[in-house]
Design a protein around this ligand. Structure first.
Ligand code: M6R
Length: 360
C-alpha cells in the first residue's frame, strides 16, 4: 500500500535512498576502490570497443546519463531511442556492447531493438528492475537494479537506480579496456556510498512544494542543463508534462538561444540544473531567459553563484558532477509531484499512459 503517502509516486520518490542502498549492496567497495558486479559473466566486457544504450522514455534519459558517464570514462558510447533503432541504428559487430535499459523488461520497442542487436551478433546486456522479465531472458546478461516494485506510472526511483548502475558499468568497462580502474574511481565510490544519506537529507526538507506553489499558474515550463544536466533537464520536463498535463520542454542550456528563447516570457519559468559542468555558461544561458522576464529557478548547492542570480532556489547537496544530476533530478521529481497535486491530477495513473508499453 501507499502507507503514510497520498500517492505511490511520492512514496517511491522517498524510497530512493533505500533503492540506491539495495542497488549498491555488495557491488561497491569504496575502501579498496573496487566494483564487483557478480551478476555478470567476468568475460562480458573483454572485447568491447563501443557501447550502444537502447531505451525509451525515462529509461532513455537514464541511458543518456549513462552514455555520458561512459564517454567520460573514455568509452565510446551512444544512447539511442529503441523505437528508432530499426531505422537508424549505427552499425554493430561483435565488439559492440548493446545495453537495453528497461525498468519493466517488457517494453515492446526496447525488446525489438534488443532482438535486432542479438541477431546482428552484438553482446547484449539489460539493466532492468524485473527478474525473469523478457529482456532479462533474451539479453546475454542481466544486471538488476533492485529498486523494488514501482507502481506509479511515472518512473522515479528506477531512473536513479538505472543511472547509478550504468555509471558503475562504465567504470567496469573502462577498467577492462584500460587494464586499470579509471582515475576518478577513488573519489566517485565514496561519494556514491554517501548518496543514500545525501538523498535522505534532501528529502527531509526539499522546498519543492513551495516552488510548485509559486509557479503553478504558469503557461509553460522549461528545463535546461548541460552534460549530465541535459539528460536531467529532459527527464524533468517529461515528468512534468506527464503528470501535470502542462506544457514542459527540456533543452540543452546552450540550445536556448538557437530557437526556444522565442517562447520565453514572464509566464514561462526556467528550471536551470547546475551539475558543475561549465556552470558559468549555463548561468549565462539562464540569465538570457531572465532578461526576457522569465523567472529562473536554480537547482544547485547552497553558496553556488547561481543562487544570487536566480529568482528561486532548489537546493542539492554538494557532490561530484557524476552524482549532482541525480540529486537535481529528485528535486525536479518533487516539483512535478507537488504541481500535479495542486492541479488535482490523478498522479499515479495519468491519462492515456500505461506503466508498461507492450506495443510498437
Ligand atoms: O519499462 P521501461 O523502462 O522500458 O519503460 C520505458 C518507458 O515507457 C518509461 O520509462 C516511461 O517513459 C515512464 N514511465 C515515464 O515516467
Amino acid at each position: 500500500g501507499k502507507g503514510e503517502y497520498d500517492h505511490f509516486m511520492l512514496k517511491e520518490i522517498h524510497e530512493q535512498p533505500t533503492a540506491l542502498t539495495q542497488a549498491l549492496e555488495g557491488r561497491i567497495d569504496p575502501e579498496n576502490e573496487r566494483i564487483a558486479l557478480s551478476d555478470l559473466d567476468p568475460e562480458t566486457f573483454t572485447d568491447v570497443e563501443s557501447v550502444q544504450l537502447i531505451a525509451c522514455g525515462t529509461s532513455y534519459h537514464a541511458a543518456l546519463y549513462g552514455s555520458l558517464a561512459l564517454n567520460q570514462a573514455g568509452i565510446q558510447s551512444t544512447a539511442l531511442l529503441a523505437n528508432e533503432y530499426s531505422v537508424s541504428a549505427p552499425p554493430t559487430d561483435d565488439d559492440t556492447l548493446v545495453i537495453a535499459v528497461t525498468q519493466s523488461g517488457e517494453t515492446a520497442d526496447t525488446l525489438s531493438a534488443l532482438r535486432q542487436a542479438n541477431a546482428e551478433g552484438a553482446t547484449t546486456v539489460t539493466v532492468t528492475n524485473v527478474v525473469g522479465s523478457t529482456a532479462a531472458r533474451e539479453a546475454d546478461e542481466a544486471v538488476f537494479i533492485r529498486a523494488g516494485p514501482e507502481i506509479g506510472v511515472a518512473a522515479t526511483k528506477t531512473f536513479s537506480s538505472q543511472a547509478v548502475m550504468l555509471t558503475l558499468l562504465g567504470q567496469c568497462i573502462a577498467a577492462e579496456q584500460h587494464g586499470e580502474p579509471p582515475a576518478d574511481l577513488g573519489s566517485l565510490l565514496p561519494e556514491l556510498a554517501t548518496m543514500p544519506d545525501m538523498l535522505d537529507d534532501l528529502l527531509v526538507d526539499s522546498g519543492a512544494d513551495l516552488i510548485a506553489e509559486q509557479y503553478a499558474d504558469s503557461q509553460s515550463y522549461f528545463f535546461i542543463g548541460r552534460g549530465l544536466g541535459f539528460s536531467v533537464a529532459l527527464e524533468g520536463a517529461l515528468k512534468f508534462k506527464e503528470i501535470t498535463y502542462e506544457h514542459a520542454e527540456g533543452f540543452a542550456s546552450g540550445e536556448l538561444k538557437h530557437g526556444p528563447l522565442a517562447l520565453v516570457t514572464p509566464d514561462t519559468p526556467v528550471f536551470a540544473v547546475f551539475t558543475g559542468e561549465e556552470d558559468e555558461k549555463t548561468l549565462k544561458n539562464a540569465e538570457e531567459a531572465q532578461t526576457r522576464g522569465a523567472p529562473v529557478v536554480a537547482v544547485c548547492p547552497d553558496g553556488h553563484r547561481a543562487v544570487d542570480v536566480a529568482d528561486a532556489h532548489l537546493e542539492i547537496p554538494e557532490t561530484e558532477p557524476a552524482l549532482a544530476g541525480l540529486l537535481a533530478n529528485v528535486q525536479l521529481q518533487l516539483v512535478s509531484y507537488y504541481a500535479a497535486d495542486l492541479l488535482d491530477r490523478p498522479i499515479d495513473k495519468p491519462r492515456n499512459l500505461a506503466k508498461s508499453v507492450t506495443v510498437e
